[in-house]
Ligand binder design. Structure first.
Ligand SMILES: NC(=O)c1ccc[n+]([C@@H]2O[C@H](COP(=O)([O-])OP(=O)(O)OC[C@H]3O[C@@H](n4cnc5c(N)ncnc54)[C@H](OP(=O)(O)O)[C@@H]3O)[C@@H](O)[C@H]2O)c1
Length: 281
């Protein structure tokens, strides 16, 4: 496995990170609980040290599973989780108020069975809490040692430029893959210039780049129904496969690591093998 520093001051992470969205099961068909738990063990055994999750993934389930399976190796891994998405029985909304962040971080620590979070990321900006207030809350958590590093996801370059003035942002997380290269326009160059780490999400475009079959009728909550490749029908024409998708990201300048959901040990093995073959060729 190859490891890189996340930005100038962030932790050292494996170039392929374990994405914890599908681990939470909600929105993802074809996830078997036992295999999903084993995929976490397989990931650790194969040298993956970066585990990205969020409270919202399976409404706590993804974090709980990471906490359960990986607590014995806690110090050897980098846990990246997030704040900002709130939910109750009937709705989902964004909030980054101080009270919500402080409550969320406590809930995450409990579910993850840990007393610190390596990378705490704003999941989506809520467009209402002043960014300065969000920054103060996160900086305070960092000073207390509850979180070790701060990251942001899905930020525009304008928002990021403000954020770096007020908080110690070590990384940005954005969708970036062979079929969505928007990050190259602004955010990736900004990160490179400012020595901020870049985590590419949806490297397989939610599985479409790996040729995963998709039957929209079979599971009404399938997240892929919202994917542009599905909406335009283009998913049927995808060629190239996972090897090409991963090699593209491994070659891409400024990308520190990519995060891939994989709830089957066989997928972990295949993906790590592609990464290792890239660096040994
Ligand atoms: N910050 C954000 O707003 C945000 C948004 C989206 C995603 N993310 C992060 O990025 C991670 C990955 O993104 P994603 O889940 O959207 O999409 P993705 O990783 O591009 O695709 C996931 C899909 O690919 C399949 N897959 C993985 N390896 C495979 C292989 N070797 N062969 C065939 N299929 C394979 C998975 O199947 P199985 O599960 O069946 O193995 C899953 O269905 C997430 O888990 C999350 O951590 C963050």
């Amino acid at each position: 496995m190859v490891y890189r520093l996340l930005g100038e001051n962030g932790p050292r992470v494996s170039v392929i990170g374990y994405g914890g969205w599908a681990l939470g099961e909600e929105g993802w068909p074809d996830v078997e609980s036992l295999l999903a738990l084993r995929s976490l063990e397989e990931a650790f055994d194969r040298g993956i040290t970066l585990y990205d999750t969020a409270p919202f993934y399976g409404r706590g389930l993804s974090e709980e599973r990471i906490g359960t399976v990986l607590s014995s190796v806690r110090k050897q891994i980098v846990i990246a989780t997030k704040c900002g998405i709130q939910w109750d029985d009937s709705r989902i909304w964004l909030s980054l108020s101080r009270d919500d962040i402080l409550r969320e971080v406590e809930d995450s620590l409990r579910r993850l069975k840990t007393d610190y979070i390596d990378l705490y990321q704003v999941h989506w900006y809520d467009q209402k809490t002043p960014l300065l207030e969000v920054s103060k809350t996160l900086q305070e958590l960092k000073r207390q040692g509850v979180i070790r590093h701060i990251g942001v996801c899905n930020f525009s370059v304008g928002l990021l430029a403000k954020a770096v003035k007020w908080m110690d942002v070590v990384s940005v997380q954005t969708e970036y893959n062979l079929v969505n290269r928007k990050a190259e326009e602004e955010i990736l160059p900004f990160c490179q210039k400012a020595s901020i780490g870049f985590l590419a999400y949806s490297p397989l475009a939610q599985g479409f780049l790996a040729g995963r079959a998709f039957d929209p009728q079979s599971y009404v909550k399938d997240v892929r129904k919202h994917h542009p490749l599905y909406k335009t029908g283009q998913w049927r024409q995808i060629t190239g496969g996972k090897e090409e998708a991963f090699r593209f990201l491994l070659r891409a300048e400024g990308v520190t690591a990519f995060l891939v959901s994989m709830t089957k040990p066989s997928h972990v093995r295949e993906n790590v093998e592609i990464v290792e073959a890239f660096f040994s060729s």
